[in-house]
Design a protein around this ligand. Structure first.
Ligand code: SAM
Length: 511
């Protein structure tokens, strides 16, 4: 018996992947996933196709998928196996929720899938977070005529409410950024209203009484239900710290588990803490890539530029008494002559990582012969120096350098007016190899300064595939769209392996 899943605001499908992959698709099946952005929707559809042919044991369909991964010239699976592609298209829908026409299409699809008739339907996905997030708020506040109350994104969660009210799922899993805990509209905490509304969605929408929900934490026994005062709740108890559950990334998100009241669930199932996975364990088996110069790139030009820069910085570090950093730089510089690839999308041959722990089993695929989405970005020569420096500093001190206090060497301080005020103290940040990474956000799509690879000899930001590893996307998860869009998708997602653990909790709860 499989339970239908409705996946809203589905992005590239990190959350959906965890549910749809649990026990090879035998526990949950995505009825509809809805996403408005074109490239994320392409990723979603291709993945739906892959899961469909894999779970059905469709060898022709699988061959078409791997051929497509392995070669730029292979035909698209939609051409090779149109029937399987049609199934994927039915599942992954490009819809803009909140728009009348698309709301109606979603309703129609859900009616067709008979999700309301199923007593164990699961709804996953959280309304988009831009308007809630701390970064978004401070940015918006700077706009002259910004009024939070009028930002429709604040109320997109109402669309989610509407779907809950209409379809009465047994469970909902709602994800959002931590900033939602402190976001306010008209002086009221948005999160308190969300708790009240999600506990009684019908009443929230002004409808006659409908199903109510108890809202559980996934990591402790705290629960909210109608009649309680949200002010009596410690809202931080709904925060999930991904690094505690075997994800190589410190990603802290609010995740609500709503269970329909009639299911009489007592909240006993929680995520199980796991061994931490360091960044090194997560990404160091990927082939080293040199970055590229944004103008006049060639292997020779890059090496020449980087070697000269490394020598200059070492001398400068010694002159300024930064002996440990200078020593680390020497080590990194020695590796500059090593085998660094220029980095293209399909660098081969790929081998599975040797480690056989849960994380590595999850990302592995012995049929995949290539690296997908592993392509180095281009950087300005001045940024190469900063990357080399922060990576060396990380090696020397086990931390990333802080702003202008640690960027004392000539030519390193960016020409940025906020630099000295400390507002951009972390403008360049190396990810440390011995720890889980910091949060992979969609900011990585703009520039890679927060996500500098700890190997100074590569002089670069993380690739999409490395970021995807930190988000625990399996290696065979082929992200579509251009590179910026791929970064954006990865940064938006719920870590897929975390999602599979959430799916297990949900499965336990509704059984
Ligand atoms: C935080 S991401 C979701 C990540 C997803 N749960 C995952 O795990 O991969 C939010 C997504 O909502 C999409 N989105 C925003 N507004 C939307 C709307 N009105 N209708 C449909 N999708 C929307 C965005 O394009 C983005 O991909």
């Amino acid at each position: 018996m499989t339970y239908p899943v409705i996946d809203l605001f589905a992005g590239p499908g990190g959350l959906g992947e965890g549910f749809a992959s649990l026990k090879d698709g035998q526990t949950f099946k995505i009825a509809v996933s809805a996403e408005m952005e074109e490239s994320a929707h392409k990723t979603l559809t291709l993945r739906a196709y892959f899961r469909h042919v894999r779970n059905a044991g469709d060898e022709k369909g699988l061959r078409a998928y791997y051929d497509f991964c392995h070669s730029d010239t292979a035909p698209h699976p939609s051409v090779v196996v149109p029937s399987a592609w049609a199934v994927a298209k039915q599942e992954a829908q490009r819809l803009t929720l909140g728009e009348e026409q698309d709301n109606a299409t979603l309703d129609h699809l859900l009616r067709k899938a008979k999700v309301r008739q199923n007593d164990r339907t699961v709804l996953i996905g959280g309304p988009p977070c831009q308007a809630y997030s701390l970064v978004g708020r401070s940015r918006n506040r700077g706009k002259k005529d910004y009024v939070a109350e009028e930002d429709h994104r604040h109320f997109l969660y109402r669309e989610y409410l509407r779907v809950v009210q209409k379809n009465r799922p047994a469970v909902f899993v709602m994800e959002n950024v931590k900033g939602i805990l402190t976001a306010k509209v008209n002086g009221r905490l948005v999160f308190h209203d969300i708790l009240r509304d999600m506990a009684a969605p019908s009443e929230a929408l002004g409808k006659a009484r409908g199903p109510r929900y108890r809202i559980h934490s996934l990591v402790n026994s705290d629960v909210f239900e109608t009649g309680m005062d949200p002010r009596d709740i410690d809202v931080t108890r709904f925060v999930i710290e991904a690094e505690k559950y075997g994800i190589p990334q410190c990603r802290h998100r609010v995740i609500l588990l709503g269970i329909r009241e009639d299911l009489k669930y007592d909240g006993r199932h929680h995520l199980k803490p796991a061994q931490p996975i360091s960044l090194k364990e997560a990404i160091f088996d990927l082939p080293p890539l040199r970055s590229r110069l944004s103008s006049g790139d060639s292997d020779e030009a890059w090496r020449g530029e980087v070697k000269a820069m490394a020598e200059r910085l070492q001398e400068d570090a010694i002159r300024n008494g930064l002996d440990q950093v200078a020593l680390a730089m020497r080590g990194e510089a020695l590796n500059l002559g090593g085998s660094l690839e220029t980095g293209n999308l399909r660098y081969g041959p790929r081998q599975n990582p040797k480690s056989k722990d849960r994380y590595h089993r999850w990302i592995s695929d012995s049929r995949l012969n290539v690296w997908l989405n592993h392509e180095a970005r281009s950087h300005m020569a001045s940024d190469l120096a900063r990357y080399f420096y922060v990576a060396s500093f990380g090696k020397a001190h086990g931390r990333t350098p802080k702003g202008h206090q640690n960027f004392t060497l000539d030519g390193l301080a960016p020409n940025h007016k906020n630099w000295e005020t400390g507002h951009f103290i972390d403008r360049f940040r190396v990810q440390l190899e011995a720890e889980p990474s910091t949060t992979v956000t969609s900011h990585i799509a703009k520039d890679g300064h927060y996500f500098v690879h700890p190997d100074g000899a590569q002089c670069r930001a993380l690739t999409v595939r490395e970021a995807a590893r930190l988000q625990s996307f399996p290696d065979n998860y082929f992200l579509q769209g251009n590179r910026t869009q791929q970064y954006q998708q990865v940064g938006n997602a719920v870590p897929a392996l975390l999602s599979s653990q959430i799916a297990q909790v949900v499965s336990n709860a509704i059984n």
